[in-house]
Design a binder for this molecule. Structure first.
Ligand code: NAP
Length: 280
Protein backbone atom coordinates (compact mmCIF):
# COMPACT_ATOMS: atom_id res chain seq x y z
CA UNK A 1 0.00 0.00 0.00
CA UNK A 2 1.46 3.42 -0.89
CA UNK A 3 2.42 5.80 1.90
CA UNK A 4 -0.08 8.20 3.40
CA UNK A 5 1.08 11.80 3.06
CA UNK A 6 1.40 13.83 6.26
CA UNK A 7 -0.47 16.99 5.38
CA UNK A 8 1.45 19.92 6.83
CA UNK A 9 -0.73 22.44 5.04
CA UNK A 10 -3.94 21.39 6.80
CA UNK A 11 -2.29 20.87 10.18
CA UNK A 12 -0.49 24.22 10.00
CA UNK A 13 -3.83 25.96 9.39
CA UNK A 14 -5.14 24.50 12.67
CA UNK A 15 -2.07 25.72 14.57
CA UNK A 16 -2.26 29.16 12.96
CA UNK A 17 -5.99 29.45 13.77
CA UNK A 18 -5.23 28.69 17.44
CA UNK A 19 -2.42 31.26 17.46
CA UNK A 20 -4.70 33.88 15.87
CA UNK A 21 -7.33 33.33 18.54
CA UNK A 22 -4.80 33.75 21.34
CA UNK A 23 -3.24 36.80 19.61
CA UNK A 24 -6.69 38.46 19.47
CA UNK A 25 -7.23 37.80 23.17
CA UNK A 26 -3.83 39.28 23.97
CA UNK A 27 -4.52 42.34 21.79
CA UNK A 28 -7.85 42.88 23.55
CA UNK A 29 -5.93 42.87 26.83
CA UNK A 30 -3.47 45.48 25.50
CA UNK A 31 -0.56 43.45 24.08
CA UNK A 32 -0.20 43.11 20.32
CA UNK A 33 2.37 40.36 19.65
CA UNK A 34 5.36 41.69 17.68
CA UNK A 35 7.90 39.67 15.69
CA UNK A 36 11.11 41.37 14.57
CA UNK A 37 12.68 39.87 11.45
CA UNK A 38 16.32 40.51 10.59
CA UNK A 39 17.99 39.74 7.29
CA UNK A 40 21.54 40.44 6.16
CA UNK A 41 22.19 40.70 2.43
CA UNK A 42 19.81 40.03 -0.43
CA UNK A 43 19.84 36.28 -0.99
CA UNK A 44 16.60 35.83 -3.00
CA UNK A 45 15.48 32.66 -1.20
CA UNK A 46 16.01 34.28 2.21
CA UNK A 47 14.16 37.43 1.13
CA UNK A 48 11.22 35.25 0.01
CA UNK A 49 11.20 33.23 3.25
CA UNK A 50 11.18 36.37 5.39
CA UNK A 51 8.41 37.93 3.33
CA UNK A 52 6.32 34.76 3.72
CA UNK A 53 6.85 34.80 7.48
CA UNK A 54 5.88 38.48 7.70
CA UNK A 55 2.74 37.96 5.61
CA UNK A 56 1.65 34.96 7.67
CA UNK A 57 2.36 36.90 10.88
CA UNK A 58 -0.04 39.64 9.83
CA UNK A 59 -2.82 37.13 9.12
CA UNK A 60 -2.46 35.90 12.70
CA UNK A 61 -2.55 39.37 14.24
CA UNK A 62 1.19 39.58 14.91
CA UNK A 63 2.75 42.89 13.91
CA UNK A 64 6.17 42.72 12.33
CA UNK A 65 9.19 44.94 12.44
CA UNK A 66 11.75 44.37 9.72
CA UNK A 67 15.44 45.12 9.71
CA UNK A 68 17.23 44.64 6.37
CA UNK A 69 20.99 45.02 6.73
CA UNK A 70 23.47 45.25 3.85
CA UNK A 71 25.71 42.37 2.78
CA UNK A 72 28.82 44.10 4.20
CA UNK A 73 27.38 44.32 7.74
CA UNK A 74 29.91 43.30 10.40
CA UNK A 75 29.29 40.83 13.20
CA UNK A 76 29.54 43.70 15.70
CA UNK A 77 26.89 45.78 13.89
CA UNK A 78 24.54 42.80 13.66
CA UNK A 79 25.04 41.85 17.31
CA UNK A 80 24.35 45.47 18.35
CA UNK A 81 21.10 45.63 16.36
CA UNK A 82 19.86 42.30 17.68
CA UNK A 83 20.82 43.27 21.24
CA UNK A 84 18.74 46.44 20.84
CA UNK A 85 15.73 44.35 19.74
CA UNK A 86 16.32 42.04 22.69
CA UNK A 87 16.09 45.06 25.01
CA UNK A 88 13.01 46.57 23.31
CA UNK A 89 9.90 45.84 25.38
CA UNK A 90 7.63 46.25 22.33
CA UNK A 91 9.30 43.33 20.54
CA UNK A 92 8.29 39.84 21.74
CA UNK A 93 10.06 37.58 19.25
CA UNK A 94 13.19 37.87 17.10
CA UNK A 95 13.97 35.94 13.93
CA UNK A 96 17.41 36.19 12.31
CA UNK A 97 17.10 34.64 8.86
CA UNK A 98 19.67 31.88 8.28
CA UNK A 99 22.14 31.83 6.59
CA UNK A 100 23.96 35.11 7.11
CA UNK A 101 26.92 36.05 4.85
CA UNK A 102 30.00 33.88 5.46
CA UNK A 103 32.11 36.67 7.03
CA UNK A 104 29.62 37.05 9.90
CA UNK A 105 29.86 34.97 13.08
CA UNK A 106 26.32 33.56 12.93
CA UNK A 107 26.58 31.96 16.37
CA UNK A 108 27.48 35.31 17.97
CA UNK A 109 24.51 36.91 16.22
CA UNK A 110 22.10 34.18 17.36
CA UNK A 111 23.36 34.48 20.93
CA UNK A 112 22.42 38.20 20.96
CA UNK A 113 18.77 37.09 20.89
CA UNK A 114 17.37 37.14 24.43
CA UNK A 115 16.27 33.57 25.29
CA UNK A 116 12.70 34.68 26.12
CA UNK A 117 12.43 36.18 22.59
CA UNK A 118 14.09 33.24 20.81
CA UNK A 119 10.89 32.13 19.04
CA UNK A 120 12.88 30.38 16.29
CA UNK A 121 14.77 28.34 18.91
CA UNK A 122 18.29 29.05 17.65
CA UNK A 123 20.19 30.01 20.80
CA UNK A 124 22.37 27.75 22.92
CA UNK A 125 19.94 28.39 25.78
CA UNK A 126 17.03 27.03 23.76
CA UNK A 127 19.08 24.05 22.59
CA UNK A 128 20.17 23.21 26.13
CA UNK A 129 16.61 23.55 27.45
CA UNK A 130 15.43 21.20 24.71
CA UNK A 131 18.24 18.72 25.40
CA UNK A 132 17.51 18.70 29.13
CA UNK A 133 13.74 18.50 28.57
CA UNK A 134 13.22 21.87 30.25
CA UNK A 135 10.66 24.48 29.12
CA UNK A 136 11.83 26.68 26.24
CA UNK A 137 11.29 27.39 22.59
CA UNK A 138 11.87 24.46 20.25
CA UNK A 139 13.93 25.02 17.18
CA UNK A 140 11.14 25.81 14.67
CA UNK A 141 11.63 23.10 12.03
CA UNK A 142 12.42 20.31 14.53
CA UNK A 143 9.40 21.42 16.57
CA UNK A 144 7.32 21.30 13.40
CA UNK A 145 8.50 17.76 12.66
CA UNK A 146 7.55 16.56 16.14
CA UNK A 147 4.09 18.10 15.82
CA UNK A 148 3.59 16.34 12.48
CA UNK A 149 4.61 13.00 13.99
CA UNK A 150 2.24 13.55 16.93
CA UNK A 151 -0.64 14.49 14.64
CA UNK A 152 -0.20 11.21 12.76
CA UNK A 153 0.14 9.19 15.98
CA UNK A 154 3.75 8.24 15.38
CA UNK A 155 5.19 7.42 18.82
CA UNK A 156 9.01 7.54 18.55
CA UNK A 157 9.46 5.50 21.74
CA UNK A 158 11.62 2.43 21.11
CA UNK A 159 11.90 3.15 17.40
CA UNK A 160 15.15 3.59 15.53
CA UNK A 161 15.27 7.13 14.16
CA UNK A 162 17.88 7.87 11.50
CA UNK A 163 18.56 11.60 11.12
CA UNK A 164 20.52 12.51 8.00
CA UNK A 165 22.13 15.90 8.64
CA UNK A 166 23.55 17.44 11.82
CA UNK A 167 23.14 21.20 11.40
CA UNK A 168 22.58 23.19 14.61
CA UNK A 169 19.17 24.44 13.43
CA UNK A 170 17.78 21.18 12.11
CA UNK A 171 19.55 17.82 12.26
CA UNK A 172 21.01 18.04 15.76
CA UNK A 173 17.92 19.43 17.49
CA UNK A 174 15.47 17.07 15.79
CA UNK A 175 17.63 14.16 16.93
CA UNK A 176 17.57 15.55 20.49
CA UNK A 177 13.78 15.86 20.42
CA UNK A 178 13.43 12.30 19.13
CA UNK A 179 15.81 11.08 21.85
CA UNK A 180 13.73 12.96 24.40
CA UNK A 181 10.77 10.93 23.21
CA UNK A 182 12.72 7.69 23.71
CA UNK A 183 13.72 6.92 20.15
CA UNK A 184 17.11 5.31 19.55
CA UNK A 185 18.77 7.92 17.38
CA UNK A 186 21.50 7.58 14.77
CA UNK A 187 22.93 10.77 13.28
CA UNK A 188 24.32 10.57 9.76
CA UNK A 189 26.38 13.21 7.97
CA UNK A 190 28.80 13.72 5.11
CA UNK A 191 31.42 11.37 6.63
CA UNK A 192 28.98 8.55 7.38
CA UNK A 193 29.94 5.22 5.82
CA UNK A 194 27.22 3.14 4.16
CA UNK A 195 24.50 5.77 4.46
CA UNK A 196 21.98 3.71 2.42
CA UNK A 197 22.56 0.68 4.68
CA UNK A 198 22.08 2.69 7.89
CA UNK A 199 19.04 4.50 6.53
CA UNK A 200 17.49 1.11 5.70
CA UNK A 201 17.47 0.29 9.44
CA UNK A 202 15.40 3.37 10.30
CA UNK A 203 11.81 3.06 11.52
CA UNK A 204 11.75 6.86 11.27
CA UNK A 205 13.97 8.63 8.75
CA UNK A 206 14.47 12.40 8.83
CA UNK A 207 16.19 13.82 5.76
CA UNK A 208 17.84 17.20 6.48
CA UNK A 209 20.64 17.40 3.94
CA UNK A 210 19.83 20.09 1.38
CA UNK A 211 20.38 17.92 -1.71
CA UNK A 212 17.46 17.31 -4.08
CA UNK A 213 16.09 13.74 -4.07
CA UNK A 214 19.19 12.54 -2.24
CA UNK A 215 17.47 9.75 -0.27
CA UNK A 216 16.40 7.04 -2.70
CA UNK A 217 13.45 4.67 -2.44
CA UNK A 218 15.65 1.60 -1.96
CA UNK A 219 17.21 3.22 1.15
CA UNK A 220 13.84 3.05 2.91
CA UNK A 221 12.74 0.14 5.09
CA UNK A 222 9.25 -1.02 4.09
CA UNK A 223 6.72 0.68 6.37
CA UNK A 224 9.12 3.36 7.65
CA UNK A 225 7.96 6.88 8.47
CA UNK A 226 9.86 9.33 6.28
CA UNK A 227 10.12 13.03 7.09
CA UNK A 228 11.57 15.17 4.34
CA UNK A 229 12.81 18.43 5.85
CA UNK A 230 14.71 19.43 2.72
CA UNK A 231 13.65 22.32 0.59
CA UNK A 232 15.60 22.77 -2.61
CA UNK A 233 15.16 24.99 -5.67
CA UNK A 234 12.18 23.91 -7.77
CA UNK A 235 10.13 22.86 -4.70
CA UNK A 236 12.02 19.59 -4.40
CA UNK A 237 12.80 17.85 -1.13
CA UNK A 238 15.74 15.68 -0.04
CA UNK A 239 13.79 12.46 -0.64
CA UNK A 240 12.96 10.98 -4.04
CA UNK A 241 9.23 11.21 -3.41
CA UNK A 242 7.94 8.90 -6.16
CA UNK A 243 10.43 6.19 -5.18
CA UNK A 244 9.81 6.46 -1.43
CA UNK A 245 6.00 6.65 -1.58
CA UNK A 246 5.43 2.96 -2.48
CA UNK A 247 7.78 1.81 0.33
CA UNK A 248 7.10 4.09 3.32
CA UNK A 249 3.99 4.01 5.49
CA UNK A 250 3.90 7.76 6.13
CA UNK A 251 5.71 10.46 4.21
CA UNK A 252 5.85 14.26 4.25
CA UNK A 253 5.43 15.76 0.78
CA UNK A 254 7.48 18.69 -0.50
CA UNK A 255 5.89 21.18 -0.77
CA UNK A 256 3.11 20.94 1.80
CA UNK A 257 4.81 18.95 4.55
CA UNK A 258 7.38 20.35 6.96
CA UNK A 259 7.61 23.84 5.36
CA UNK A 260 4.19 25.26 6.31
CA UNK A 261 4.46 23.65 9.74
CA UNK A 262 7.73 25.48 10.43
CA UNK A 263 6.09 28.86 9.91
CA UNK A 264 3.11 27.83 12.01
CA UNK A 265 5.40 26.85 14.91
CA UNK A 266 7.26 30.16 14.62
CA UNK A 267 3.99 32.12 14.84
CA UNK A 268 2.64 29.96 17.66
CA UNK A 269 5.84 30.48 19.65
CA UNK A 270 5.72 34.25 18.98
CA UNK A 271 2.26 34.41 20.54
CA UNK A 272 3.52 32.29 23.46
CA UNK A 273 6.41 34.73 23.93
CA UNK A 274 4.07 37.74 23.88
CA UNK A 275 1.76 36.06 26.39
CA UNK A 276 4.52 35.24 28.83
CA UNK A 277 6.11 38.70 28.51
CA UNK A 278 2.70 40.35 29.02
CA UNK A 279 2.14 38.36 32.20
CA UNK A 280 5.54 39.54 33.47
P1 NAP B 1 23.15 22.42 6.30
O1 NAP B 1 23.48 23.32 7.44
O2 NAP B 1 23.83 22.62 4.99
O3 NAP B 1 23.43 20.92 6.79
C1 NAP B 1 23.36 19.85 5.90
C2 NAP B 1 23.73 18.57 6.60
O4 NAP B 1 23.70 17.53 5.62
C3 NAP B 1 25.13 18.58 7.20
O5 NAP B 1 25.11 18.03 8.50
C4 NAP B 1 25.93 17.71 6.24
O6 NAP B 1 26.95 16.95 6.86
C5 NAP B 1 24.88 16.77 5.72
N1 NAP B 1 25.29 16.24 4.42
C6 NAP B 1 25.71 16.95 3.34
N2 NAP B 1 26.05 16.11 2.35
C7 NAP B 1 25.84 14.86 2.81
C8 NAP B 1 26.01 13.58 2.27
N3 NAP B 1 26.50 13.40 1.02
N4 NAP B 1 25.71 12.51 3.02
C9 NAP B 1 25.24 12.67 4.27
N5 NAP B 1 25.04 13.87 4.85
C10 NAP B 1 25.36 14.95 4.13
O7 NAP B 1 21.62 22.42 5.98
P2 NAP B 1 20.33 22.75 6.92
O8 NAP B 1 20.28 24.19 7.22
O9 NAP B 1 20.27 21.78 8.05
O10 NAP B 1 19.16 22.42 5.89
C11 NAP B 1 18.99 21.13 5.34
C12 NAP B 1 17.79 21.15 4.39
O11 NAP B 1 16.63 21.48 5.14
C13 NAP B 1 17.87 22.20 3.28
O12 NAP B 1 17.22 21.68 2.12
C14 NAP B 1 17.07 23.36 3.82
O13 NAP B 1 16.51 24.17 2.80
C15 NAP B 1 15.99 22.62 4.55
N6 NAP B 1 15.35 23.40 5.62
C16 NAP B 1 14.01 23.46 5.58
C17 NAP B 1 13.35 24.18 6.55
C18 NAP B 1 11.85 24.21 6.50
O14 NAP B 1 11.26 25.09 7.08
N7 NAP B 1 11.22 23.25 5.84
C19 NAP B 1 14.05 24.86 7.54
C20 NAP B 1 15.44 24.75 7.58
C21 NAP B 1 16.09 24.03 6.59
P3 NAP B 1 28.27 17.62 7.54
O15 NAP B 1 27.80 18.15 8.86
O16 NAP B 1 29.21 16.48 7.67
O17 NAP B 1 28.73 18.69 6.61
Amino acid sequence: MPAEFMNGTVLSREIVAGAAKRAAELAAAGTVPCLATVIVGEDPASVTYVRMKQNRSRTVGIVTRHLAMPEQTTTRQLVDEISALSADADVHGILLQHPVPAHIDERAAFEAIAPHKDVDGVTMHSFAAMAFGEPGFASATPGAIMRLLDAYNVDPSGKHAVVIGRSPILGKPVGMLLLGRNATVTYCHSRTRDLPGITRTGDIVVAAVGKPEFVRGDWIKPGAVVVDAGYNPGNVGDVALTEAAPVASLLTPVPGGVGPMTIAVLLDQTVDAAASQASG
